[in-house]
Design a protein around this ligand. Structure first.
Ligand SMILES: NC(=O)c1ccc[n+]([C@@H]2O[C@H](COP(=O)([O-])OP(=O)(O)OC[C@H]3O[C@@H](n4cnc5c(N)ncnc54)[C@H](OP(=O)(O)O)[C@@H]3O)[C@@H](O)[C@H]2O)c1
Length: 376
């Protein structure tokens, strides 16, 4: 491995770890860490045989000496001056799904040791190597440290106490590191995977809940944490009164500027509103105010505004209270004739475009979203 740039994934298995490793392997040599070689061996072989470059190192992230030894091996392979382009902390302790009064100290400690102490050891080892990348001109994106979270990172359900405590703590660690290292050029993020991945280890969960109840390990969704590398937009979904939509967004834009976020995706996702004059369509005035605020800030600050223009949301436009559809008579009427491009979008389509734009750092300004002619 002659490259002086690499990505490292701590906690590689058949789920998120493998998905992220495959995606990073398209851009960098990857180093895969897990306690057992069998967790990464097949993947290392697959990546190396398909033109990428991968190495596995047997590592226990909950053990300080083991993490130190892993990074010594990395330095020996890539050189002491090599930079880490991206690091993902993906290891997670055991989920002891038990009533609290039956939980043993060892069961409580296990996720704490892997997620919290492991996150600490890994971050302390990798951050100096990520900081090296901030001056590295070969890097396309800012160096990134990402943590994978779960629903339990935000919500602590009954019987989840040991796991959720550790997952909350990992999120806290990520948040603190983001505040400290963001201004120094390292993007730190925490990505919540809100669902159950269909893995041998989770075959008992939701087993009678139908084919879509779990996330397919082959789903591109699982590589999403890797796509966050190099992109840290703030995506606003405010829907509310004028104060929230205008003043609330201005507050959020100011917060983004303070945090050094490079892009702000405004909550418009709207049909084309730029040609409208103020007061011509009061609902769009809000977007014009936010656009003007962003444009003013773009002149003095590093923030870039992003506006995704979709068609009219079909779920709203076809709602019976608007009168364009009479469901009983199965009649649809709309204004204009075939020469008027009345363009529609769906919530699902808009969400697809928004997520694509969110992970593409080069998508700025006005971007076309889903626009389907109403006849279609
Ligand atoms: N699985 C799900 O349904 C699900 C759902 C939502 C969120 N998540 C989150 O997604 C992330 C990844 O989960 P995943 O299930 O997709 O896992 P995965 O990527 O399939 O595998 C994770 C790997 O971490 C390794 N690991 C565990 N403890 C370790 C330690 N102390 N040191 C080094 N490596 C260790 C394990 O290999 P070894 O045993 O060989 O060490 C395991 O194969 C976690 O943050 C998890 O909380 C998972």
């Amino acid at each position: 491995m002659a490259s002086r740039i690499y990505a490292v994934i701590a906690g590689v298995g058949p789920g998120t770890g493998a998905a992220v490793a495959r995606r990073f392997a398209a851009a960098y040599p990857v180093v895969l860490l897990a306690r057992r070689a069998e967790s990464y061996d097949t993947l290392v072989k697959e990546i190396n045989e398909s033109g990428g470059s991968a190495m596995g190192i047997a590592t226990d992230v909950a053990n300080a000496d083991s993490v130190k030894a892993a990074f010594q091996t990395i330095d020996e392979k890539f050189g002491k001056d090599a930079s880490c382009a991206s690091a993902i902390f993906n290891a997670s302790g055991k989920l002891a799904l038990k009533p609290f009064l039956e939980l043993t100290e060892a069961e409580f400690e296990n996720p704490y040791n892997v997620n919290c102490k492991g996150g600490f050891y890994f971050s302390q080892a990798v951050l100096p190597r990520l900081l090296k990348g901030t001056t590295q001109t070969e890097l396309k994106y800012p160096p990134t440290l990402l943590f994978t979270g779960a629903t339990a990172s935000l919500k602590s359900s009954a019987k989840f106490s040991s796991f959720a405590v550790a997952k909350f703590a990992t999120r806290a660690l990520a948040q603190s590191l983001a505040r400290e290292f963001g201004p120094r050029g390292v993007h730190v993020g925490h990505v919540v995977i809100d669902g159950v991945i269909d893995l041998p280890s989770s075959k008992e969960y939701l087993k009678d809940a139908g084919p879509d109840a779990k996330i397919d390990p082959a789903s591109p969704l699982l590589a999403l944490p890797a796509r966050w590398h190099g992109s840290s937009p703030t995506l606003c979904c405010y829907l509310g009164d004028n104060t929230l939509k205008v003043d609330g967004q201005k507050t959020l834009i100011d917060a983004c500027i303070d945090e050094g976020d490079p892009r702000y995706m405004a909550s418009d996702w709207s049909i084309e509103f730029r040609k409208l004059k103020l007061c011509e369509h009061p609902a769009k005035d809000l977007m014009k105010h936010v656009q003007a605020y962003l444009e003013a800030k773009e002149k003095d600050c590093k923030i870039k505004g992003v506006h995704v223009l979709n068609g009219a949301f079909i779920e709203v436009a076809f709602a019976s209270f608007l009168g364009s559809v009479d469901a009983d008579a199965t009649v649809f009427g709309y204004y204009g004739d075939d020469t008027v491009p009345l363009e529609m979008a769906t919530y699902a389509g808009a969400a697809r475009y928004l997520s694509e734009v969110a992970v593409d750092p080069s998508a700025n300004g006005f971007v076309n979203g889903e626009k389907v002619p109403v006849q279609d």
